[in-house]
Write a protein that binds this ligand. Structure first.
Ligand code: IDP
Ligand code: MG
Length: 139
């Protein structure tokens, strides 16, 4: 079954939005099969966002994503990647469609509340960065 890695980012954690965001995704029928709270270190952050290394916003992004603990969730379901990306909306909350998570809760292009894998291949790579096999449940 298809999976997506979702992160509740620091700006959402600070505003006590983790439950609200998780609830929205569950409400679309996706099933949480792994979930943890962690404080990402620089090494994990740089691996997770490796595709952006060298971009002008990279250092700020690493500082931001490591600034508070976050919640990481693996959601499973048919078309999980696309379902989550649609629910999140555009990277910049100001450009995200009404009704999306980023439009509702994002603050700016960096502090946009949530991460969701952008492809099935990214999801497989990202899930492995955050979870061991025995932390992912089948139910
Ligand atoms: P995505 O999260 O919608 O897939 P990406 O382009 O993959 O967006 O960027 C990863 C993250 O980096 C974004 O979610 C956001 O937090 C941050 N980011 C992206 N573009 C910018 C920018 O132009 N300025 C500051 N931060 C950015
Ligand atoms: Mg991306």
């Amino acid at each position: 079954m298809e999976r997506s890695l979702v992160l509740i980012k620091p700006d959402a954690m600070q505003r006590r939005l983790a439950g609200t965001i998780i609830s929205r995704v569950e409400g679309q029928g996706l099933k949480p099969v792994a979930l943890k709270m962690l404080h990402m270190g620089k090494a994990l952050a740089e691996k997770h966002y490796a595709v952006h290394a060298g971009k002008p916003f990279f250092k700020d992004l690493i500082d931001y994503i490591t600034s508070t603990p976050i919640v990481a969730i693996v959601f499973e379901g048919e078309g999980a990647v696309e379902v989550v990306r649609k629910m999140m909306g555009a990277t910049d909350p100001a450009k995200a469609e009404p009704g999306t998570i980023r439009r509702a809760f994002g603050l700016d292009i960096q502090r946009n509340a949530v991460h969701g894998s952008d492809s099935i291949e990214s999801a497989e790579r990202e899930v492995k960065l955050f979870f061991a096999k025995n932390e992912i449940f089948d139910y």
